[in-house]
Design a protein around this ligand. Sequence first.
Ligand code: N01
Length: 540
Amino acid sequence: MTESRVPDSGSLDCSVLVVGAGFAGLYAVYAARRLGHSVIGIEAGEDVGGTWYWNRYPGARCDVESVDYSYSFDADLQRDWRWTERYATQPEILAYARHVADRFKLRRHYLFKERVTAASFDEADAAWAVQLAGGGSLRARWIIFAAGSLSTPIRPDIPGIDNFTGETLFTARWPNEPVCFEGKRVGVIGTGASGIQCTPIIARSAAKLTVFQRSPNYSVPAFNRTIPDDEWAQIQASYPERRQKSFASGGGSPHEIDPREVWDIDGAEREALLENGWKKGGVLFAKIFQKQTTDESVNALARDFAEKKIRAIVCDKSLADDLIPTDHPIGTKRICTDSGYFETFNRDNVELVNLRRDPIKAITESGVQTESGTHDLDMLIFATGFDAMTGTITRVDFRGPGGQSMAEAWADGPRTMLGMMVPGFPNLFNITGPGSPSVLANMILGAEQHVDFALGLVTRAEQGGHTMVEPRRDAADAWTAHVDAIARGTLFTQAKSWYMGANVEGKKRTFMPYIGGFGAYIRECEAIRSAGYKGFVFSS
Ligand code: N01
């Protein structure tokens, strides 16, 4: 480690090691440095941006409004950065991440193109001894693990996957250079948010697009548009209130659900609310009525409405049948946000292969072989998802003082205190981890709140003359049971979703994020902090 990068003394290379240069990692570096810590960041990519660095496939766009999916910690940054569209594109979000890195001079803390592969806790020194993929090592007292909830892509276990001789691409590892679809026969495997976003764009120039769908997904149009100057001025004027609402809300954005019991609203008004909710676009359609994701009869109102909308778009009735989900209540898998997805299936150059009727047998040199025949392709795109929430941290060989790895500790599902700390792994903070609102809330505001809480624990430890903090096992068990109990009271556990770990063979089925709401979670954190960080043990 060079001295300029690591201004520290003693046996430590730095006080705080931050893993990841996405929005959580960048904020962690900024906030730790502001508190006077020496900080090193490790990032696998060549530059900052995290998920927005890797997922640069055509059509990638955030499904949270740009003015909400942005940092709140610096009023000047908030004022100076002008979002152009309601839902920002991947290039614009990446430009924002780069702007933040430049503005606050964060890059100089980072080692790019480097990975943490293992870390073991040395109790004598109260330090993590960290191994890097490049062969280096370093020692840090505190680790803020901010490597993202959806950052370990899945390479599906399809026979012959390496045999294809055409171009193979993964949406989650999209190349930097432009990809040309012109005149090509393209196949897309996967119809989650990534597949649904890239499909309409590929269809525009490909000679033929074949979409291989195992499970249909609900998707609501984004109704994206540019943000005119007068609206921008209004947003600026009301930002403090907007942020306040977001931090108190269920999902980290300022939108509110109609407070009335759904059955107290007459039929015509319910229909108007649904229409209005649809026009708000995307994931917001999950938040029209109270109890929409806890009561099947309320959910059915939204589900029937969405089905009618899809049928109105897709001309061929049997195609519409195939595109409408029947296996989960709407919103229990994240509703996708699209720009012309269902319309794409009205095009002559687009074919849907329903893998439930006609499963993939193998990938061959020339394309995809299903039970009914062969689909010859020039390019095959995998939009097959991630080992979400636990996949990235368990792939690092973290060993606490007891010698247990995180993968072993979580073999029966993640057990955490507030989704942030794990008993047996002192001084390790997992930002927006399982057991926190994480992917169910605005990830940028969630990261700010989590990093601040983690650094609050560090400050409290240091002020008390301690070098270690760890959650009590009974406190973590109680929190994990609470997270589980809330999820069981919802319809979410009915879906075979990545929230449940159901997309990864052999992964424990358990609803991973905290679904009690972002505002409620923050209140829980505040209560714990006010009670002297109840449930955490400080020691030296
Ligand atoms: O991944 P997914 P994603 N054979 O897991 C299919 C966020 N995100 O990258 O459902 C055939 O949702 C799989 O089928 P099935 C967002 O939170 C946000 O699209 O397992 N198919 C499924 O259709 C999102 O929820 C944005 O039956 C196979 C698909 O691949 C999350 O990331 C944009 C298969 C995977 O869908 C993940 O989205 C993008 C196989 N062997 C992502 N294996 C926005 O902000 C898997 N599949 C808008």
